[in-house]
Design a protein. Structure first.
Length: 415
């Protein structure tokens, strides 16, 4: 756990900006006691230049900081070298992200995912400090390195054998007539606010709740929860389950993404994806993040509708400029402001167009209690339902997904 930290950042050119790394460090539970920046080419041994490392060591001694956070992806060798020279624990950007995940992981599965990611981070660093001869002599047990390997294997087996709760009920939800929509995008793009705006039983306010099963956070902060949040919505008469997935963050390494692969299954198994992006950021940032998310989704993904959020923060000319700049990445996006409800009317209609096509059907049913029960179910699970009663039959017209239509046909035949 981080306590008191000094943050350090090196950039090759331009002016350093420590805002995000400070936010990350504070979100991980640490008090930032100071910062140090540098503009130069990276040092292969320590990331920072030798003089800056000495200055950092003096800052550690002066402030009593127990941790130094380097805003970079440090190699195991760089981490060990810096710790020896600074006399403090050294963590990089990715390790800070893990601390945030750990603070927010509440379910057993999420806690196992966090532990797996932490062990994958520690493994090469433990090896860097280990005596190579000792590793060769004790390949079965008795060293921290091999103990970590055993624990990693154990966690991987547990996670493979224990599906997430949402996986267990996904097929059941589809059978009940729900379309599944995943809300994806970078942290702070407004995903949680969008969920509140669309959901049937959630209000848009600034209240936050620790219970992730009852509310999705709208705080402007990083990684409020590791777990996903799912809520029901009605879009153009269709019953939809919206899942606010974990936000993306810049420069997450492959091993970290793999540790939390379960957070992406909500996207992979959805009928459609709302890709939310921040229209108020620069054009270059907007393009870069859209590219990164689409690369993460891969080639085999559900239909994607891009939502450019925060339209209330930019003028019309800027909106037009950015729409043109991302037209190759986000053809025909929806521009909205989830916070003010601006331009929101078209979103539900556009999203419904990305959902699986519905089939129209007409069933003629006898006037019986069983038939009335079926009609009630059709009202609950289908759309555009119209019932005409004749002297000896009820004629039901409706639209539903093909699998549901077949279920209703089978029930009708049985009657």
């Amino acid at each position: 756990m981080l306590q008191t930290a000094i943050v350090a950042q090196r950039v090759t050119d331009g002016d350093p900006d420590t805002k995000e790394i400070r936010q990350l460090t504070e979100a991980a539970g640490a008090r930032v006691a100071g910062e140090l920046t540098q503009t130069r080419e990276p040092d292969p041994g320590t990331e920072l230049g030798a003089g800056k490392v000495e200055e950092l060591a003096e800052r550690v001694e002066m402030t009593g900081a127990d941790t130094v956070v380097i805003d970079a992806d440090l190699s195991p060798q760089q981490t060990v070298t810096l710790e020896d020279r600074l006399g403090a624990r050294v963590v990089d950007r990715h390790r800070v992200v893990l601390e945030i995940f750990a603070r927010q992981a509440r379910t057993p599965r999420a806690q196992q995912q966090v532990e797996l990611a932490r062990l994958r981070y520690r493994l090469p660093r433990v090896r860097e400090r280990a005596d190579e001869g000792a590793l060769n002599r004790f390949t079965e047990s008795g060293t921290a390195y091999y103990d970590l390997l055993d624990r990693i294997d154990e966690l991987q087996r547990k996670l493979a054998d224990t599906p997430a709760v949402d996986e267990q009920f996904r097929d059941q939800r589809r059978e009940q007539g729900f379309d599944l929509v995943a809300i994806a995008g970078y942290t702070n793009a407004g995903k949680s606010t969008l969920l509140r705006r669309l959901a049937d039983e959630m209000t848009l306010d600034t209240t936050t709740h620790e219970d992730i099963e009852s509310s999705a956070a709208v705080e402007d902060r990083l990684f409020k929860t590791l777990e996903t949040t799912t809520r029901r919505a009605t879009l153009d008469g269709r019953d939809v389950l919206l899942t606010d997935t974990v936000g993306f963050l810049d420069d997450l390494p492959h091993w970290l993404v793999e540790s939390f692969r379960g957070t992406l299954t909500e996207v992979e198994a959805a009928d459609a994806v709302l890709l939310v992006a921040d229209l108020a950021q620069s054009t270059d940032e907007l393009r870069r993040k859209l590219i990164a998310v689409r690369e993460t989704l891969g080639a085999d993904h559900p239909p994607v509708l891009t939502v450019l959020n925060k339209a209330d923060l930019v003028d019309e000319a800027t909106i037009e400029t950015r729409l043109e700049a991302v037209s190759d990445l986000a053809p025909d996006p929806v521009v909205v402001s989830a916070r003010t409800d601006e331009r929101f009317d078209a979103l539900a209609t556009r999203l419904s167009e990305h959902l699986p096509a519905l089939v129209s059907e007409t069933l003629t049913l006898p006037l019986s209690d069983e038939a009335m029960s079926l009609i009630s179910r059709i009202h609950d699970e289908a759309v555009d339902v119209a019932v005409t009663y004749e002297p000896d039959a009820a004629v039901v017209q409706f639209s539903a997904k093909p699998a549901q239509v077949e279920q209703f046909r089978a029930r009708a035949r049985a009657l």
